[in-house]
Design a protein around this ligand. Structure first.
Ligand SMILES: [Zn+2]
Length: 242
């Protein structure tokens, strides 16, 4: 039987980055959140578009430029139509464009709350001695690798760091660090004789027979966490910087 359990974790950021800007109404620097609404203004042959942000304190608005006095002819008609229709996917993509946001604000708050959807690609959780996790991160997220693994595998962050220090956890590509934010395409290889987390990849946790017995559960293992749908990790929503 295969000793490697291969899985894909899709990490979906929940809170878009928020710029710190001077709020006209508050008279001080405040965080602004995306309202996920786009405003489009066509003036003759030129078009402007903005993503509307709101002050997290007073709801005053800030319009983040998306298109500035651009010739209508130069814009992909499909993109223009989706802006005009307030397409949710487009608004989300714009809101998560953290590099673009950094060009507009000196200080940007990023968040590490994420939804993690796990899919087993190959292997068997009960026999595997190695976890091979491929991370898919559609939009940038401020979630550190050690925090991701700690939360999803039920480990402490220090034990995740010990796994890395001992060579039992290897992040690639070269230069990837567990103390940094998880990135699209990152691969995490965990080798251990008894990482309890091995079994959790499938969203099914097997309990040790002794502990199950104490809880009065029949059989060698107790199944836990078999709820349908992706596991979520909103509990550790936290401001990383800004
Ligand atoms: Zn305000």
């Amino acid at each position: 039987m295969s000793q490697v359990l291969r899985a894909q974790w899709t990490i979906i950021a929940q809170t878009a980055p928020q710029p710190w800007l001077t709020c006209r109404r508050c008279g001080e620097a405040r965080r602004f959140r995306s309202s996920d609404r786009v405003r489009v203004n066509t003036n003759g042959k030129r078009v402007d578009a903005w993503l509307v942000y709101k002050c997290t304190d007073c709801d005053d608005t800030w319009n983040r430029p998306v298109l500035e006095r651009r010739p209508v002819q130069a814009i992909d008609p499909e993109f223009l139509a989706s802006l005009g229709a307030n397409d949710a996917a487009v608004a989300r993509r714009l809101a998560f464009d953290v590099e673009g946001l950094r060009r507009r604000a000196d200080r940007v708050a990023e968040f590490d709350d994420a939804l993690v959807i796990k899919r087993v690609l190959s292997g068997d959780a009960t026999s595997a001695r190695q976890l091979d996790i491929l991370c898919a991160v559609p939009e940038p997220v401020g979630l550190r690798v050690d925090r991701l693994l700690a939360n999803e595998l039920g480990l402490s962050r220090s034990s995740v760091q010990r796994l890395e220090a001992s060579g039992a956890l290897v992040a690639s590509p070269k230069g990837a660090r567990v103390r940094r934010a998880v990135r699209d395409g990152m691969r995490l290889l965990i080798t251990s004789r008894d990482v309890p987390a091995l079994q959790m990849l499938t969203d099914i946790q097997f309990r040790h027979p002794d502990r199950s017995a104490k809880r009065g559960v029949e059989g060698p293992f107790m199944l836990r966490g078999t709820k349908k749908g992706p596991s979520t990790t909103p509990r550790y929503a936290r401001l990383r910087s800004g």
